[in-house]
Design a protein around this ligand. Sequence first.
Ligand code: PMP
Length: 311
Amino acid sequence: MAFGTPYPWVFVDGAFVPAEEARLSVLANVVSYGTGTFDGIRAYWNAAHQELYLLEAAAHYERMRRSARILGLDLAVADPVPATVELLRRNGVRGDAYVRPLLFLAGEQLAVRMHDSGTRFCVAATPVPGDYIDPRGVRCMVSSWRRASDVAVPNRAKVIGSYVGPALAKSEALRNGFDEAILLTGDGYVAEATTSNILIRTGTEWATPPVTDDILEGITRRQIMDLLGERFGIVVTERRIQRSELYACDEALLCGTAAVVVPVVEVDGRPVGTGGPGETTVALQRGLQAIARREDHRHHEWTTPVYEELT
Ligand code: PMP
């Protein structure tokens, strides 16, 4: 596993505090009910530039604002990006990192409800010294667990409590000797993996489940669709995908902030394509990393330099 010990400074409700002081009561509402939302943002270190770049920070906070709106919570900070930049500076982060904003019900009321409770907004950062998931390829199983439906838990909100399903699916996959799980919707269509979206290629068609199929609307998914268009002239079809298409497709990839871009080389024991990483997938993997570290001159608008004014 690739995450290290969290950095010592944490941003909590407008102030920077030592992590050991940023403690939560076991009675906090979120501990019992998962009442809150979180996000995950990558920061990429470029040794040649001696610079750290936040990837799509504004887009992640925009999604968090929408998640909060769905939950009826208020992300009170007008623009959390400067505070996030300051957090990374304070922690002297000089390596790849994962930034974790959280907005949750911190009050101790026992009642199950989203309103009338004190919220807390925190941002923490953790080193990422290695890959979260093997970038050479993953062997997936279609999980016996399914995505909750939007009528039960809003999937387009990144809700803390709704990660129990993906956690069960991931453990099931690992215990069965696979690397990752693919979850179907309640009515049996492909939705996504535990913490990443999925795209498949069959012949020349690239397809991905629509945002109405109980997926989290991934920011990496959007980047991959942009890059497929710009670099390969491919328009990705957003449509329902059946399980058997996973078995018949020629190429498949998972994409997400932690996973970045990962080839799917096997599903339920059947090789995807030739059973090795797809050519386009590898190009996307390299292309996105190069943009994230600003080794590529394109899409600088996706990255925010952390130390720029200091150097
Ligand atoms: N689906 C789920 C359930 C996730 O948790 C994530 C990770 N945030 C993703 C998809 C991918 O989203 P993103 O590319 O924005 O990280």
